[in-house]
Design a protein around this ligand. Structure first.
Ligand code: FEO
Length: 401
């Protein structure tokens, strides 16, 4: 049964939510599900903005046909060609053969890469600032390369002040009847998943997100319509400010996150001693994560959130303990920068993880690595207690400043 929702009288939400998917992009757990938002502008001309993942294809096709009310589909605007938004595009192209495809040149070329479809005779290639009049509405296309793929653009409707923002301002989490962010507890219940979505999906492309934010600042926006998650019609400035922080690699919270990779618990014990000293020195909301047990996407999100990071790792095969190594490389590939870092290493006969972690972190931009790596041989003893106290002093001085 169709489930079409009105955003305005002319603009409809026609996507769907998937609560069965375990791993988004086959890597990120989505226990709260995920929505694939597609939109229809029903004006003198009809315009579909993006399609949806095939997982919700049956609902999407039904919604599209219901929303069209028997009218032909005139235009298909493609803001993003990633399959979570375009895997149903091939079918829509076949069922609406007269619909014109409106997209960037890169998106047009990707259509042929994903589908056996030739759209050369039915495409309108658009570039920055081009417009499409549909009657009451005029859509303006704003290029947003690398937010999150090179072909991405966003679409602005001046008539109702709507920005169709593609992946930007999206979040993990299925829509549960409430489609607007002001209808859910976004700031408490949704923010961690929004941060995890941003940092892991788009986090590497902070500079490109900053460029888009500058362009968006020049638009009068009443509705922010992303491809995932709730639609913003109130207090969008709060979410935009989060994007400003995340994309500029500015920490949200002045506190410490301690990440430990521990084989038998001895490295974890040192991490706990450090956490206790930090708490005693007045640092609030210290977090301690076991990198073998917390999914790396949550670890990445926490590293983006916190100002001070401690990496405590066993030595393993003469290298950094594998889950920690994987996490650090993930941080590097997501472009994290501008953090103060402390290090704890462990190794029964040849502890080298500290030096190797320092090399990895040193290759990242604007990282301040604190002096005095705490070095354990098997387990913490009195000398390490002193070294941990010194590390806690240095961290607390920065956090509480
Ligand atoms: Fe939601 Fe980059 O796709």
């Amino acid at each position: 049964m169709h489930n079409v929702r009105n955003i305005t009288s002319d603009i409809l939400l026609i996507g769907g939510s998937d609560r069965r998917l375990s791993l988004f992009e086959n890597v990120f757990p989505v226990p709260r599900g995920v929505s694939y938002n597609a939109y229809l502008v029903r004006d003198e001309k009809t315009v579909l903005l993006d399609t949806a993942d095939s997982a919700v294809g049956a609902h999407f096709y039904e919604n599209l046909e219901h929303a069209l009310q028997g009218r032909p589909l005139d235009y298909i605007v493609i803001n993003h060609m990633e399959p979570d938004h375009c895997s149903t595009l091939g079918a829509v192209l076949r069922t609406h053969p007269k619909a014109q495809v409106v997209a960037s040149a890169k998106a047009i070329s990707m259509i042929g890469q994903f589908f056996d479809a030739d759209v050369t005779n039915r495409c309108v290639t658009v570039k920055e600032g081009d417009t499409l009049s549909t009657g009451r509405h005029t859509l303006t296309f704003v290029m947003a390369p690398m937010v999150h793929w090179p072909e991405v653009m966003v679409t602005y409707d001046a008539a109702e002040k709507v920005l169709f923002s593609a992946d930007a301002f999206g979040t993990f989490g299925a829509l549960n009847g409430n489609i607007f962010a002001d209808e859910v507890n976004f700031k408490t219940e949704w923010l961690p998943d929004a941060r995890r979505y941003y940092t892991n999906i788009v986090g590497k492309y902070g500079a490109q997100v900053q460029t888009l934010l500058k362009k968006a600042a020049g638009l009068d926006i009443q509705y922010l319509c992303p491809l995932h998650g709730p639609i913003w019609r109130e207090d969008a400035a709060w979410f935009v400010e989060k994007y400003q922080r995340w994309s500029s690699y500015t920490p949200e919270d002045k506190t410490a996150a301690i990440f430990c990779g521990s084989i038998y618990g001895n490295t974890e014990n040192a991490a706990e001693l450090l956490a206790a000293r930090l708490a005693e020195k007045g640092v609030r909301d210290v977090r301690l994560y076991d990198v073998s047990h917390t999914h790396v996407s949550e670890l990445v999100a926490e590293a983006f959130r916190c100002s001070h990071l401690v990496f405590a790792s066993a030595t393993y095969n003469g290298e950094i303990y594998t889950p920690m190594d994987n996490f650090l490389r993930d941080l590097k590939s997501h472009g994290l920068r501008n953090r103060t870092v402390g290090l704890i290493e462990n190794g029964t006969w040849a502890p080298v993880s500290g030096k190797q972690m320092a090399e990895l972190l040193g290759a990242m931009k604007d990282m301040t690595i604190l002096e005095g790596t705490v070095s354990l041989k098997s387990s913490a003893k009195e000398p390490q207690r002193e070294a941990l106290e010194a590390l806690a002093d240095a961290l607390a001085a920065g956090i509480l400043a």
